[in-house]
Design a binder for this molecule. Structure first.
Ligand SMILES: Nc1nc2c(ncn2[C@@H]2O[C@H](COP(=O)(O)OP(=O)(O)OP(=O)(O)O)[C@@H](O)[C@H]2O)c(=O)[nH]1
Length: 382
């Protein structure tokens, strides 16, 4: 590969990344505002393109200007990618260590451009500085990233870190003191120059995938959870009950449903206000969730009614669980100074002949009616 090839390739790759970055910046407002990091991810390739612009001036502009401008912008590009990822993962960047690192590296480059001109320490300083940024990027992805796209980004950053380290450390036996960036005929140098644009491209593709995946998960969550209490909504809990019913039909694993209705909830609204009523619903939902075993689920059935699905159970243990939940809700007001609140519970176990979970819901509903009729704050079996 001639030096012209490498420059052209580098410039085209940087241009491609910059277009993707500009697209990311343009579409970032289409994503919900709680999806952060897109502006830094979008800005990074534009800085990278600026760096490539400086490198393209090599031979036409003073080497000092090209070296400091190009390397400085390339480091800024890597810091921006890191900032984007950290912000996306909810780990905002502390800027000063990275700004200091870039400045220290630029001072080092200046020294070995002007005072003791030597390419090798310049490459060492730049390579180690960049490897520190990319290494930190790899680290945050390994700790906080989840899913395919985050792993793809992690592999790209880990690879880039290794290439940078190899390039920085091999510089003394590969390069001469007056080597130029596009002159070196070593394989490691080719790999270093060629992979940088591909790393940015991979990071940008991964970033878009990560953002889209997050949007999908948020929509899924919104579609299946009650906005006020955070519990499963009626559709989601009934879908789980249907699945439990299929399990019962196919494998004989029993399940029970508890229908819970807050007692005289209207009084709480009337006497303490609607907001206090909302807060009570939130507290009851979280109390129920905390009182359940890991496989059991709670959902808001509507208004001040909740459903609990006990996945494997006999009637006696379902009754014990219902009693435990009733006591937990009753003691809620003592623990939190919230308005006094009790709950009536109807319990039903799936039984032979139940065509669907609707039959179980129906029995639990009748049992709940009995609990209300018998004076409330109690459990009835259906
Ligand atoms: N604050 C608040 N109140 C709600 C919500 N959904 C339903 N409600 C209220 O819950 C109350 C239910 O009242 P009722 O059906 O008469 O039942 P109750 O007062 O709990 O009486 P019993 O069930 O017979 O013990 C109504 O006043 C609704 O306005 C909600 O999301 N937030």
């Amino acid at each position: 590969m001639t030096s012209l090839d490498l420059r052209s390739f580098n410039f085209l790759a940087a241009l491609q990344c910059a277009v993707m970055g500009a697209v990311l910046l343009g579409i970032r407002h289409n994503f919900p505002s709680n999806i952060r990091g897109l502006r830094y991810w979008g800005l990074a390739p534009l800085l990278g393109l600026g760096a490539t612009g400086f490198y393209a001036l090599l031979g036409y502009a003073p080497a000092l200007l090209v070296g400091l401008g190009g390397n400085g912008l390339l480091m800024a590009c890597s810091v921006a990618l890191l900032a984007g990822t950290r912000e996306f993962l909810g780990q905002p960047l502390r800027w000063w260590p990275w700004v200091s690192l870039v400045l220290v590296c630029l001072v080092g480059l200046f020294v070995f451009f002007v005072i003791w001109p030597d390419y090798r320490p310049r490459m060492l300083i730049f390579g180690l500085g960049m490897a520190a940024i990319c290494g930190a990027h790899t680290h945050v992805l390994a700790r906080h990233g989840h899913g395919f796209a985050a792993r793809l980004m992690l592999v790209a950053m880990a690879w880039q870190t290794l290439v940078l380290l190899a390039r920085a450390l091999s510089t003394y036996w590969v390069d001469a003191p007056d080597t130029q960036r596009f002159d070196a005929g070593s394989v490691i140098h080719m790999v270093f120059v060629a992979t940088f644009s591909f790393t940015i491209l991979t990071v940008l593709v991964s970033a878009q995938l990560m953002a889209s995946e997050r949007v999908r998960l948020e929509f899924e969550h919104l579609a299946s959870h009650d906005e006020l209490t955070g519990a499963l909504n009626r559709r989601a809990i009934l879908r789980l009950a249907e699945q439990a019913h299929v399990c019962w039909l196919n494998m004989g694993h029993a399940y029970a449903l508890l229908l819970l209705d807050l007692d005289h909830f209207k009084h709480i609204n009337d006497n303490h206000g609607h907001q206090a009523g909302d807060l009570t619903l939130v507290r009851v939902a979280s109390t129920l969730e905390q009182g359940l075993r890991p496989l059991d689920r709670v959902g808001r059935y509507g208004g001040e009614e909740f459903v609990v699905l006990l996945t494997t159970s006999d009637l006696a243990s379902a009754h014990r669980m219902a009693e435990r939940l009733r006591v937990r809700v009753e003691s809620l007001s003592a623990d939190t100074n919230a308005p006094a609140c009790t709950v009536s519970i109807g319990v039903a176990l799936v039984q032979a002949g139940d065509a669907s979970c609707d039959a179980v819901v129906g029995r639990a509903d009748r049992a709940l009616y009995q609990a209300k009729a018998a004076g409330r704050n109690q459990v009835s079996l259906g």
